[in-house]
Design a protein around this ligand. Structure first.
Ligand code: SAH
Length: 403
């Protein structure tokens, strides 16, 4: 038997489920989700079906089946444990030309229930030649691949022109979010930063325009202007643009400048947050940024300007006076000056420090120091960016032997 697959639109249509046990309980929610007007015919209901009755979601005929139950019905589910009843239901349905599924005997039925799932706006229905485990397994495999992006199902109908800012996490491609990966796989244009998880870019299909911003001169205002105009221009051409960055777009990522540029041009923007490096990179190195009884705060600071620089917005004396964890980004170059400012502000020279380089990458490396030795240790180990510098007692509890 070869079934003809069809998606039934049951909204507002009468569907009769004969039987009030486990099988009915499994079928009814999907019928309700499709908007069907469900009547259950059965002397008894499971507690879950009683719950639906109490909530007004189903109607109940508290008795045995009668042929007239099928009047006005569009679809029938025969799900009793009694074969004779199921046969009576399917005979009555046949006579009225109503499709009928049977829980006891698929070969005697006029409709089969597929294994169903929904993901990424797609309904997956699998008919496994009456082998329900096999159909469920095929369904699950398809759903899992849709979910993690390995099955690239770009939706052209619902896709809207605009910009999605995707935070890619610290670098390992497995640390991007499910939503981020999906946005990437559905994009027409991807504009990628240097620190974004670049391995994911190799999975993009050949027709996706990939723009590598790492090739623009770094950090200059001109290059940010160029990125803003680029994403706006592509979105105005009707494209779906993903701006793909390292960590989270709003943590020293200039993401909000891009949001403002899009808004000014009337381009819709959405944001997919990412796993930010000041939390995730210490975590990957085994360092908690807070710990009960040790640190009740952590402060994330950009070290791209040295203390005392006229453009600096950080009050280093105030930072030195904090008791909790400090997490410094973009601070390798200025680390000696920052350590000096913290010592001047009263932090003890023995304060433990960890420098974590290339977090989540195969080259990840942790260098331990104290505030007093930080400058020398960085020079000895020739530490180069990107690195996170963690200052505080949380480093001691992570590496008690070292201090
Ligand atoms: N938006 C990013 C941070 C951008 S600033 C985020 O949320 O994580 C760039 C700085 O982040 C780098 O100089 C470094 O200090 C830090 N950084 C980002 N990824 C890192 C990684 N994998 N390992 C170590 N440091 C990292």
């Amino acid at each position: 038997m070869t079934p003809y697959p069809s998606g039934l639109i049951l909204t507002g249509r009468r569907v009769v489920v004969v039987g009030g046990g486990q099988v009915a309980q499994r079928r009814v929610p999907a019928l309700l989700a499709a908007g069907a007007d469900v009547t259950v015919v059965s002397p008894h209901l499971t507690p879950a079906l009683e719950g639906l009755l109490g909530a007004g979601e189903i109607a109940w005929e508290a008795r045995g089946f009668q042929e007239s139950d099928l009047d006005q019905a569009w679809y029938v589910v025969a799900a009793t444990r009694d074969r004779a009843v199921n046969e009576a239901v399917s005979a009555a349905a046949e006579q009225r030309r109503i499709f009928c599924v049977r829980s006891d005997d698929a070969l005697a039925a006029t409709a089969w229930t597929p294994a169903v799932g929904r993901e990424a706006g797609v309904t997956v229905a699998v008919l496994g030649n009456r082998d329900p485990r096999r159909s469920a397994a095929v369904r699950d495999a398809i759903l899992a691949e849709l979910r993690d992006g390995s099955l690239v199902a770009r939706h052209h109908r619902d896709r809207v022109a605009g910009v999605t800012l995707v935070g890619g996490g610290p670098g390992d491609p497995s640390l991007v979010t499910v939503a981020g990966r999906r946005a990437l796989m559905e994009a027409d244009v991807v504009v990628a930063d240097r620190l974004a998880p670049r391995e994911l870019l190799s999975e993009l299909s050949a027709d996706v325009e990939l723009i590598d911003v790492a090739k623009l001169p770094r950090g200059s205002a001109a290059s940010q202007e160029a990125i803003n105009s680029l994403i706006v221009a592509r979105a105005l051409e009707g494209k779906s643009v993903v701006r793909f960055k390292g960590g989270d777009s709003f943590v020293f990522g200039r993401g909000y400048e891009e949001v403002l540029a899009c808004r000014a041009a009337g381009v819709p923007v959405t944001v997919v947050p990412g796993l930010t490096s000041p939390v995730s990179v210490p975590g990957l190195a085994g360092i908690p940024v807070t710990h009960r009884g040790i640190a009740h705060e952590f402060t994330v600071i950009s070290g791209h300007l040295p203390p005392g620089h006229p453009d600096s917005l950080t009050s280093w004396p105030a930072v030195a006076g904090l008791a909790g964890t400090l997490v410094l980004l973009m601070a390798v170059e200025n680390a000696p000056a920052i350590a000096a400012a913290l010592l001047t502000g009263g932090r003890p020279p023995a304060t433990p420090v960890a420098v974590v380089r290339d977090g989540s990458m195969p080259t990840q490396q942790t260098v331990l120091a104290t505030l007093g030795t930080l400058a020398d240790r960085l020079a000895e180990e020739a530490v180069r960016p990107p690195a996170i510098i963690v200052v505080g007692e949380v480093v001691r509890i992570a590496f008690p032997e070292a201090f």
